[in-house]
Design a binder for this molecule. Sequence first.
Ligand code: PLP
Length: 401
Amino acid sequence: MKTLYMDHSATTPTDKAVVEAMLPYFTEIYGNASSVHSVGQEAKRALEQAREQVAKLIGASPSEIIFTSGGTEADNQAIIGFLEKNSIKGKHLITSAIEHHAVLDTCKYLEKKGYELTILPVNNEGYVEIDSLQAALKPDTVLVSIMHANNEIGTIQNIKQLAEITHANGSFFHTDAVQTVGKIPIDVQKLGVDMLSLSAHKFYGPKGIGALYVKRGLRIGSFLHGGAQERNRRASTENIPAIVGLGKAAELALHDQEKEAARLLSLTEELISGILANVPESRLTGEQKPANRLPGLVSFCFDYVEGESILLMLDSFGIKGSSGSACTSGSLEPSHVLLAIGIPIEVAHGSLRLSLGHSTTGDDVVNVVNVLPGILKTLRSMSPLTPKNNCCCADGPCCTR
Ligand code: PLP
């Protein structure tokens, strides 16, 4: 059976060209980039080349890139590292209710340490409304952190406008762009952000490596304490093979992200219209216009079923998706994102996210559209939540629901 991997927002396979680029840095060019001898300096050159490749992908200067161990560390450093260095300006920070836990939990950690936190609500499509940010900003607001595209519902925020309002207040703006970098064109100058997080494994690079863009002149503390690597902004010997892999993935993404985004957008449109037309009592979550969603990410809620059951049945057809609720996230709670956009708790349990990528073809989409209605029909026929399965009599009013 062919594997239809539709979980690219969780992670992507590492591109073979990326692996090829990384390999020599394990056994041949293995030096420590801080060493003065030629083996170390060769590693250093690779480090700086990767920095240029990453900078180019997002319209930054190489000196504005700090390598981190991934998106989570980049988010932690942006928030903790920035606030620690700038708390003289105030102790208030703002984020949104639909952030990834790497941001949300970091902000809550700081709240426990005595900072003041405002968590902004979002509307039904997952947008932070400009007026709500405007109303939350205070003279002592130091940082606003709002994600670029949401990892569960794919809504792409109006970052430029949110950053402008933040700057007009004299505050600084960070965005978690882990889901967008390498998938849609990004220019930090045009977005107007002060810091931006990215992660290699979301765009065909290796896991465990990411970067934080920090606008020139911004003061940010080192999150890890120790050596003077990354110009005193991130201690620890650089992971050169992974950094080279990130650089190569950035170079490849720059080359084909626009074409790939257009291809994925058209597959997204087919998948959305196919599922909504063929599965009754289903709803698309997040932004309703495919063009304003992260290309390739579709997310639905289906009444009367559990997301996990859908995933298991899809898996038996070779289709790999994910759900925002319960066991997949190791928690019994439904996704905080779905609740924040107003999905009722019982419906939020029936969520499905399919995220397409390089390997996805038009035939794969047709396959999903053919298979999913039958899966939902079977699960609903067994579910005690389905109204007709709940009937107390043969032809009572409940039978007509
Ligand atoms: N931020 C977002 C929006 C994500 O989707 C993820 C990963 O799923 C992260 C941060 C964490 O990135 P990493 O896995 O590289 O630590």
